[in-house]
Design a protein around this ligand. Structure first.
Ligand code: KMH
Ligand code: ZN
Length: 274
C-alpha cells in the first residue's frame, strides 16, 4: 500500500492550556511542538498561531516568525497554515497567511454549526474567493470537508473551474455541528470523492484514533493533534503532539503502512505539479 502521510494539527484555535497544558501559544512553544511532531513522523504541520496569551490570530507577522523558526529546525517539513482561523474572523483576516511564501493551506468547503452559538461560515462565494487566491499564489489546497455536502460543493466548484485536480480532501469528522465520525460516515465520505483524489481523516475527540485506523487500513492518510483531540487514551491527557503522532506511527506499523517523509508526501499529493 502507499505510504502514510501524517499531518499534525498542533494547536488549532479552540483548544486551550486549560484543556491540555501542552497546547502551544508562544512562538517558542509552537515551534517546539511542530519539531516534536515532525521528529515523531509528521510530514505536514497544520498551523494556527496564537498570541502569547492564547488568543487565536491570523497575523501575517506571527505566522512569518513561526514558519521561519520551524523551517530552521525541520527544513523539509510541509507547513500548512490555516485559512479557517477562528470562528467569526473576516475573509481578509483569514487569508493573511496566504500572503507568505507557503506551499499548502487549508480551504474550508462549507458552513457548519460549531457548538453553542458559533457558526463557522464558508459560503459558496467565500470558497470561490479563497480558491482563486490560493490558485493565483500557487498554494495547494487541502479541501476540508466537515460533512458530505461539502464534498458536493467541491465537486461543483471543480466543474466550474474554481478547484483543480489533483484534489486532496481532509474529512474533519466529529465536530459538534458537523457529521459524526462513525465507520459508516467514513465510508460515505471516502466513497463520495473521485477515485483519483487523495484524502486524510481528522477525527475530533474520541473519533481521532478509530478513524485513523480506518484510514490506515483503507489507504487514506491521517491527521492527529491537539487541535482535534487532547487525549492519548480515555482519561489520559497527551503530553504533547508527539505522543499523538507516535501512536499513529505504531498503528501504521501494525498495519504494514510505512510513513511518508515530507518529500514523499509532496509526490503522493502532487504538490508543485502543474
Ligand atoms: N478553527 C476552526 C473554526 C482550518 O484550519 O482551516 C476552523 C479550522 C479549519 O480550524
Ligand atoms: Zn485548523
Amino acid at each position: 500500500m502507499n505510504k502514510l502521510i501524517i499531518t499534525c494539527a498542533i494547536s488549532g484555535a479552540e483548544t486551550s492550556k486549560t484543556d491540555n497544558s501542552y497546547v502551544p501559544y508562544t512562538i517558542e512553544e509552537t515551534v517546539e511542538e511542530a519539531y516534536q511532531a515532525y521528529i515523531a513522523g509528521a510530514a505536514i504541520i497544520h498551523l494556527h498561531v496564537r498570541k502569547d496569551d492564547g488568543t487565536p490570530t491570523q497575523s501575517k507577522l506571527r505566522y512569518k516568525a513561526v514558519i521561519k523558526k520551524i523551517k530552521e529546525r525541520c527544513p523539509d517539513v510541509i507547513i500548512q497554515p490555516s485559512t479557517g482561523g477562528a470562528v467569526g474572523m473576516s475573509r481578509s483576516t483569514r487569508l493573511k497567511p496566504t500572503e507568505l511564501d507557503i506551499e499548502m493551506a487549508t480551504l474550508d468547503c462549507g458552513t457548519l454549526n460549531f457548538g453553542g452559538d458559533q457558526i463557522f461560515v464558508n459560503t459558496e462565494n467565500d470558497i470561490k474567493y479563497f480558491a482563486n487566491i490560493m490558485k493565483e499564489r500557487s498554494i495547494f489546497p487541502e479541501l476540508e470537508c466537515f460533512e458530505k455536502g461539502h464534498i458536493d460543493m467541491v465537486l461543483r466548484l471543480h466543474k466550474k473551474g474554481f478547484i483543480q485536480k489533483p484534489m486532496h480532501f481532509s474529512f474533519v469528522l466529529g465536530v459538534n455541528g458537523g457529521m459524526t465520525g462513525e465507520e459508516r460516515d467514513f465510508y460515505f465520505m471516502k466513497e463520495s470523492i473521485p477515485s483519483d483524489s487523495t484524502y486524510s481523516v481528522a477525527g475530533i475527540g474520541k473519533y481521532e484514533f478509530p478513524l485513523a485506523e480506518l484510514s490506515i487500513l483503507n489507504g487514506g492518510h491521517v491527521r492527529v493533534g491537539l487541535e482535534d483531540n487532547i487525549y492519548l487514551e480515555k482519561g489520559v491527557l497527551a503530553k504533547g503532539n508527539k505522543e499523538l503522532v507516535e501512536k499513529v506511527v505504531l498503528m501504521a506499523k501494525r498495519n504494514n503502512r510505512e510513513i511518508a517523509t515530507p518529500d514523499e508526501a509532496r509526490k503522493i499529493l502532487g504538490i508543485g505539479r502543474k
